[in-house]
Design a protein around this ligand. Structure first.
Ligand code: PHE
Length: 465
């Protein structure tokens, strides 16, 4: 197997750089993993699916499926040392396999681009909520007045566009500065800050007198509340929260030094991501319960339920502001990682430099985001696939979300697992992953059998059911 680099130009080792340390990679990858998925989605899906039992299934999915795929993606990026598509082609060629396997990265990158377009819209909501909290708009609010803040935001294309633009500009700013001056620098500042803010939020939640209730809600399993559908949701969420199936971990892995253990690193990232999701639950639910509100409020939990509580409890103004800053930081570092793979690709494939590539991709993605913005108001009746019963009433935003989450991510994840598990030489995996005997066997079986089967089941169910 040749380790030489068959593609000259931008992608060669000297010019593209490395993360400065293992910690820098862990922080950046955790920054990607920790996002709206942890702080917005995890608490509400847990709330909707009965709490503790769902959490257990989710933890199993992270360990048995999430971590192995993350390791596979980081391996592909590091072994190829190029943008995800080129990396997969190079790894395929080195293993004398068809370069067509790179379709996995193509699907993943397309998904990353589409997801970023609407992730930025929701990132914009977080930014706008920092402002609302700061100026005291939640103070003394009633359910009606708080709901009105949210629905006014969604009803206004102009407000949404402004915040979407602000958010996307923040993302472009960082990515255009490259690996060390951009991605790494922001991750090493924001991630520790985020952790501190989260601990402060949990500390505050402990003072509400409803902490115990939240602990038992999150950790006391009631398996009778667990449905098959909840298991599928847990698996899908494990994928999303670890940023898998979007070529992100391949892109981040492409800057990882060869002497760093992929296994230990992936486990650290998964651990941090899980810790943040659970801590977010411990920060949110006591506040929700203290105001006698429902844990199963759905997507509105963070933007409606929580502000209502913050508006009516002591020091709610301060902690509300801190909380939405935390949400914004989490969304920001994730969005950065969604832009990176596509920018890396444009940078290597065209004559554009880093800044130019970032601006081109950022502007295109921003423009696509406008479709999601309009779906929330002006185009709320536009349902392009409405003639099919299954997509009735689904707006463009809903469709983008549906196809990325239910088709593209599982497809990309499945192909990645099959490629690494069945097409890449075992010796090369052993060499690169540097796991001890048992750990390697566990991982290898997971990636060859467990992961593909599990992903296929979810895939089939979501498409057919
Ligand atoms: N993992 C992020 C979250 O939990 C979402 C994300 C997915 C970010 C893919 C980057 C890439 O919110």
């Amino acid at each position: 197997m040749s380790q030489s680099n068959p593609v000259p130009g931008n992608g060669d080792d000297a010019s593209r750089g490395f993360w400065s340390s293992r910690l820098a990679f862990i922080l950046a990858a955790t920054g990607s993993a920790v996002g709206l998925g942890n702080i917005w989605k995890f608490p509400y899906v847990t709330g909707e699916n009965g709490g503790g039992a769902f959490v257990i299934v989710y933890l199993i999915c992270i360990a048995v499926i999430g971590v192995p795929i993350m390791m596979a993606e980081v391996f592909l990026g590091r072994n190829g040392r190029h943008n995800p598509i080129t990396s997969m082609r190079l790894v395929a060629e080195r293993n004398l396999k068809s370069p067509a396997w790179r379709v996995s990265a193509v699907v993943g990158m397309l998904a990353a681009f589409i997801i970023l377009s609407f992730y930025s819209v929701i990132g914009g909501w977080s930014a706008s909520y920092v402002e609302h909290a700061l100026v005291g708009d939640f103070a003394g609010g009633t359910a009606d007045s708080i709901n009105a803040i949210f629905s006014d935001l969604l009803a206004s294309p102009i407000q949404l566009l402004i915040w979407h633009t602000v958010f996307m500009a923040l993302v472009v700013l960082v990515v255009s500065r490259g690996l060390k001056g951009g991605l790494e620098r922001v991750a090493t500042i924001l991630m520790p800050t985020l952790l501190v803010l989260l601990l402060v939020a949990v500390g505050y939640a402990m003072t509400t007198g409803h902490f115990g209730e939240a602990v038992s809600f999150l950790f006391k399993p009631d398996f009778s509340a667990l449905t098959f559908n909840a298991v599928l949701i847990a698996l899908g969420h494990a994928f999303f929260t670890l940023s898998l199936g979007m070529a992100v971990m391949m892109a981040y892995g492409s800057y990882l030094r060869r002497d760093i253990s992929i296994g230990r690193t992936a486990i650290s990232v998964a651990f941090m991501d899980t810790a943040v999701a659970l801590l977010a639950g411990l920060a949110i639910f006591p506040v929700v319960f203290s105001f006698g509100l429902e844990a199963s409020a759905g997507p509105g939990l963070i933007f409606q339920t929580l502000p209502l509580a913050f508006g009516n409890i002591p020091m709610g103004w301060l902690f509300g502001t801190l909380f939405f800053i935390l949400l914004l930081f989490a969304a920001w570092t994730s969005a950065i990682s969604l832009l990176e793979p596509v920018v890396e690709w444009v940078e290597e494939k065209t004559s554009l430099a880093r800044a130019g590539s970032t601006i081109v991709v950022g502007v295109l993605c921003w423009a696509l985001g406008i479709a999601s913005i309009l779906s929330l108001n002006v185009w709320s009746d536009v349902t392009p696939l409405g003639m099919f019963e299954r997509f009735e009433g689904k707006t463009i935003f809903d469709l983008l979300d549906f196809f990325t989450a239910n088709v593209m991510l599982p497809l990309s994840g499945l192909l990645t697992a099959l490629f690494v598990g069945w097409a890449v030489a075992k010796e090369s995996l052993k060499l690169d992953l540097a796991l001890d005997g048992t750990a390697f066997t566990l991982w290898y079986n997971a990636i060859r059998y467990v992961t593909p089967v599990a992903v296929l089941v979810v895939f089939a169910y979501n498409l057919l059911a």
